[in-house]
Design a protein. Structure first.
Length: 401
């Protein structure tokens, strides 16, 4: 059988910029990493998921799928099946239907291999959530989780085929590397991302009320705009409530709100300018945090609540994990790091060691190799079904397997 070195075309099914969310950012970074590794973005098409038409089409879009629209679903499947493989991002909230059930319609309509990346693996899913995730894994050729915690939770808590599951870490931008850019007279503690309930910002603000005796006085920068769904339902009420909390605690000289949603290069500079990263998330379910990975890639000490990904990555000296909802312990952890430059330096070294293994070029290569192998197996299997010389095809399957 004649072999070909042609790289497979790949579709990317997810939210995507200009949508503002973590999965959109992830997918754009993954596509960029694969394109850079290949030296071309040819054949790398995006099927973006939207709840309403955005009116802004990027050159890399091959289809904009309007969730819950049957005609759009048919168009999405046509666009996806025009490729050799598809990378699918899964989060319950980005697909149409109850608990994002429409992902099953998309996966079941594919005749190409699908690699599904799970961004959430719940420890106590509802029956509907459990059913959807198990069926998603069954329909995919490969399922990727981004932490060992997620892997154990999936394999132990769900009825899935372990042979289909791989652990590939969340990637981080190379621009986060390099020397620290922190050089202010006051130490900067940074939290960034879309702002809304559940991010633990109330506890973080409360924690700084106990640090007003420190000299120099720290700056706590909350960087990011209000989450679009929070903005749509509450307007600026949530952010105004946080600002009132800051004022009532006498922290106007400590806590700063930077309401920008920065592009990737500008965000990398902002992270590198920080002395310390704070992740006060309320969720006890978070098995993957792109912000955590980016903080480590930038060589920043991290203080985080005990969500699973933080517990996994910060087990050494790169950071400190504190209990959820405990502002007093958080104050003590912040004081320990801010008042001890030598501790900060040791944490930064350890963070950089972890982060250096997570840059997107390496992660993109792993995804691309996986797709290439799956496509070769898929094509050989299809040839086997129609071949009059099955042994020749069986040999081909053995070679690509």
């Amino acid at each position: 059988m004649r072999h070909t070195t042609k790289l497979p075309s790949i579709a990317f099914l997810s939210t995507y910029p200009p949508t503002s969310c973590g999965l959109a950012t992830f997918t754009a970074a993954l596509r960029g990493a694969v394109a850079k590794g290949r030296g071309s973005d040819g054949g790398l098409g995006v099927v973006s998921l939207v709840d309403r038409r955005l009116g802004e089409r990027k050159p890399d879009f091959v289809h904009e799928h309007l969730n819950g629209n049957s005609a759009s679903l048919e168009g999405a499947l046509v666009a996806l099946n025009a490729h050799d493989a598809v990378f699918v991002q899964h989060e319950y909230g980005i697909y149409g239907g109850p608990d994002g059930r429409e992902v099953l319609d998309l996966l079941s309509g594919l005749d190409i291999p699908a690699v599904v990346t799970l961004h959430t693996v719940l420890s106590q899913p509802s029956p509907s959530q459990r059913s959807i995730l198990e069926k998603t894994v069954a329909l995919a050729e490969r399922t990727i989780v981004m932490s060992d915690t997620a892997n154990l939770r999936l394999l132990n808590g769900y009825r899935v085929d372990p042979a289909k599951v791989r652990v590939v870490p969340h990637g981080a931008r190379v621009s986060l590397g390099g020397p620290s850019l922190a050089n202010g007279t006051r130490p900067v503690v940074l939290t960034w991302g879309l702002i809304g309930p559940g991010k633990g910002l109330e506890m973080a603000i409360d924690a700084f009320a106990g640090l007003q005796d420190l000299r120099p006085l720290p700056r706590y920068i909350i960087l990011g705009k209000t989450h679009p769904k929070v903005q749509a339902s509450q307007g600026d009420a949530y952010l105004e409530g946080l600002a009132a909390r800051v004022h009532d605690l006498g922290l106007d000289d400590v806590v700063e709100f930077d309401g920008r949603y920065l592009d990737t290069d500008a965000l990398a500079v902002a992270v590198r300018q920080a002395d310390l990263v704070l992740l006060p998330y309320e969720s006890t379910e978070q098995v993957t945090s792109g912000v955590l990975v980016e903080a480590l890639a930038a060589g920043k000490p991290v203080i985080a609540t005990a969500f699973p990904h933080a517990v996994e990555l910060l087990g050494g000296e790169a950071g400190i994990v504190v209990p959820h909802g405990d502002a007093v312990t958080l104050t003590a952890a912040l004081r320990e790091v801010l008042a001890n430059p030598s501790l900060q330096a040791r944490m930064a070294v350890e963070a950089r060691l972890i982060g250096s293994t997570l840059y997107w070029p390496a992660i993109g290569r792993r995804y691309d190799r996986m797709a290439t192998k799956l496509v070769a197996q898929h094509q050989a299997a299809r040839a086997l079904a129609t071949s009059k010389q099955p042994q020749e095809v069986l040999d081909a399957l053995a070679r690509v397997g």
